[in-house]
Design a protein around this ligand. Structure first.
Ligand code: HMG
Ligand code: MG
Length: 298
């Protein structure tokens, strides 16, 4: 099994989509450039969604235009429909992410249709993206619970994951959108999905609402998962998942991986500095214990 863990930094998208006061476009670009300098090689750069649905992402195309998309870093962007894909291709994007859910109620609130309709909507998006040479990531949200429906059956998560992989998604990110998971559920989730799809195709995406995200990532790593979504300074949240807090902090995952003898290629100190830089701009402390511990030692 590989010793390398690919971190998918979702801070500039998942992290900033829920901020009450949007960060300036120039600061978003600076954030992404700083993150790339820490060694991160996959940075979700924004979302080409309706600005009415998520005003915080209204400038994502401008952010993309300011980045060097050829610099050896992957910059996936969220795309909810064919219009989003056209905008992505115009901006020169090489990787998109479509985002489905395992719960109809969440899907309805988030993207205005139920799960079955979303999969129908994504089919041509994925086909066209692949024909244009784009890599495609498929999210499944609410894999461990829905803010509107409560419990979500594992069979539903497996079904949606299989559907996304079947339509051509290269990678499936399993999202604990409301952070209600725990290591036991994580083991059951991964075993169930990995019975249908290769482990190497799976990523995990934990929010830390109940403080279980690091434990969940540890469980996933123990089971052989090698792609982990995380957000600098523990930013994050979804406007359509009330009460959910940030993603697991990237700083925590780099520290965890180092402790486990796994490589991430990320300079923890530079990353923590970037987390402080961003948190200062947002007027708060980083939601990262590792970052606070590092600062206390200086
Ligand atoms: P709708 O209102 O049903 O769409 O929204 P519509 O086709 O009727 O269009 C409405 C308006 O939006 C029109 O403009 C369209 O042109 C425009 P108007 O004529 O009213 O001026 N529009 C767009 N504009 C720009 N880019 C587009 C686009 N599409 C339509 N791509 C829609 C449906 C899907 C568009 C909307 O609900 C939407 O954009 N939703 C996105 C919500 C979102 O981004 N949520 C957060 C991300 S998901 C998440 O956080 C979970 C995740 O992190 C994993 C986890 O944690 O589990 C991924
Ligand atoms: Mg998320």
């Amino acid at each position: 099994m590989s010793d390398f863990v690919t971190l998918v930094e979702v801070g500039p998208r998942d992290g900033l989509q829920n901020e009450q006061h949007p960060l300036a476009t120039t600061d978003k670009v600076a954030l992404i450039q700083r993150l790339a300098e820490t060694g991160l090689r996959v940075i979700e750069a924004g979302a080409l969604v309706s600005p009415k649905a998520v005003p915080q992402m209204a400038d994502s195309a401008d952010v993309l235009r300011a980045l060097d998309l050829d610099a050896g870093v992957r910059y996936p962007v969220l795309v909810p429909n064919e219009k989003g894909l056209q905008r992505a291709l115009q901006a020169g994007v090489r990787e998109i992410a479509v985002f489905a859910a395992a719960s109809d109620s969440f899907s309805q609130k988030n993207i205005g249709c139920d799960v079955a309709a979303s999969l129908e909507r994504y089919q041509p998006v994925v086909e066209q993206a692949r024909a244009a040479g784009c890599r495609v990531r498929g999210y499944v949200s609410c894999v461990m619970g829905c803010p509107y429906e409560g419990k979500v059956p594992l069979s539903r998560v497996v079904e949606v994951s299989r559907a996304l992989a079947g339509m051509g998604c290269d990678e499936i990110s399993l999202g604990d959108t409301i952070g209600s998971g725990n290591p036991r559920l994580t083991r059951q989730l991964i075993q169930a999905v990995a019975a249908e799809l290769p482990l190497s195709q799976l990523a995990v995406h934990f929010h830390d609402t109940w403080g279980m995200a690091v434990a969940n990532v540890y469980q996933a790593l123990e089971l052989g998962i090698r792609i982990v979504d995380c957000a600098v300074a523990g930013l994050g949240g979804c406007p359509y998942a009330p009460g959910a807090t940030g993603n697991v902090a990237t700083e925590e995952i780099v520290h965890l991986c180092t402790g486990l003898g796994l490589e991430t290629g990320v300079d923890l100190r530079a990353l923590a500095e970037t987390g402080w830089w961003l948190s200062n701009r947002l007027g708060r402390l980083p939601a990262s214990r590792v970052s606070l511990a590092l600062r206390a030692r200086c």
